[in-house]
Design a protein around this ligand. Structure first.
Ligand SMILES: C[S@@+](CC[C@H](N)C(=O)[O-])C[C@H]1O[C@@H](n2cnc3c(N)ncnc32)[C@H](O)[C@@H]1O
Length: 319
């Protein structure tokens, strides 16, 4: 349990798999901790408590709104800390290039409850709002730009690849038809187009009919998989031997990237399997601490339904 003073406000994002992250990252007094996805700072507060007054925490988030939560975090914990606004792939890359070392790094992927709950951010299909979906409101491209400017074929690929949407083609065509009349600028217009494209029986069951398309657009707008691909090597490079990287993902596309990366880095050697002896000389970089992804308990999902799809994987740097 979090100490009382560190309990998050009830309206904030509830940190997912919090006790598991704490246990597996095993932060000790005096460590350097990097939270690459600070959000409301729920995980950060927990990890800061394990620093027991020494060490430091670096907070990263691309959303400037996270800075307010960081100020609160600093007041409440008093821990030595810095907030770096930017994409975690870029910031971790810069920190690694500058020779900075860490003992524990956390990436809790996706969006926060605060981002979803602010209708004007455009992440939710449940309310009519501008079709935005940028985690960083100063980024160039909104979801509306994607929806209006990608070709129908490109939209279909995005919906299929990032949303695993089986009606991807029909939805892309319906968007194509509708945007000839007017630009689609609102989440409500997109939801209407999706509902019109999906056959009636498929509109019921398996969640909201727009869920997969919204997920796909969010991933594309924020280049979420590209960020993850780039961040993993930078994070591992930053770790001291014995340091740990924990990644919480919320869908299979992300989890697959993490699982493969950790497995490949644990294997080390990249020689073709038919080579009689290793010619590449690459040594294992990590030890996988979680051979299977850690999933939330039924108790946690009952309390926080957003945790239901969460999967946690942890690797430890070996050299
Ligand atoms: C799931 S929330 C993190 C919640 C946090 N662990 C907590 O307990 O409050 C994800 C946060 O990471 C940020 N984020 C997601 N992808 C990012 C990226 N590539 N670079 C920087 N921040 C990112 C989002 O803006 C959001 O605030």
């Amino acid at each position: 349990m979090l100490p009382n003073a560190l309990q998050p406000n009830t309206t904030d994002h509830i940190p997912v798999l919090a006790e598991e992250v704490r246990e597996l990252l095993a932060v000790e007094r005096g460590d350097t901790v990097v939270d690459g996805t600070f959000g409301a700072g729920g995980h950060a507060e927990l990890l800061a408590a394990d620093l027991r007054g020494e060490g430091k925490l670096i907070a990263i988030d691309r959303d400037p709104a996270a800075r307010t939560y960081f100020e609160r975090f600093r007041r409440r914990t008093g821990v030595q800390s810095r907030f770096l606004r930017g994409e975690f792939a870029t910031v971790l890359g810069q920190l690694a290039a500058n020779g900075m070392k860490a003992d524990a790094i956390l990436l809790d992927l996706g969006v926060s409850s605060m981002q979803i709950d602010q209708p004007e951010r455009g992440f939710s299909y449940a309310v009519d709002a501008p079709l935005d979906m940028r985690m960083d409101p100063s980024a160039d491209t909104t979801a509306a730009d994607f929806v209006n400017e990608l070709s129908e074929r490109e939209l279909e690929i995005v919906f299929r690849r990032y949303g695993e949407e089986r009606f991807a083609r029909a939805i892309a065509r319906e968007i194509g038809r509708r945007r000839q009349r007017e630009r689609l600028e609102r989440t409500g217009q997109l939801v209407d187009a999706i509902k019109a494209a999906i056959p009636a029986p498929a509109r019921f069951g398996d969640g909201h009919p727009a869920r997969r398309v919204f997920q796909a657009l969010r991933i594309a707008v924020n280049d979420e998989l590209g960020q993850l691909d780039e961040a993993l090597p930078a994070a591992i490079e930053m770790l001291r031997p014995g340091g740990r990287l924990a990644v919480i993902s919320f869908h299979s596309l992300e989890d697959r990237i993490v699982k493969r990366y950790f497995r490949d880095q644990q294997r080390g050697c990249v020689c073709p399997p038919d080579f009689p002896v290793c010619a590449c000389g690459r040594e294992p970089l990590v030890r996988v601490v979680t051979p299977r992804a850690v999933r939330p308990t039924a108790q946690e999902t009952a309390h926080n339904p957003r945790a239901a799809s969460a999967r946690l994987r942890v690797a430890e740097k070996v050299t």
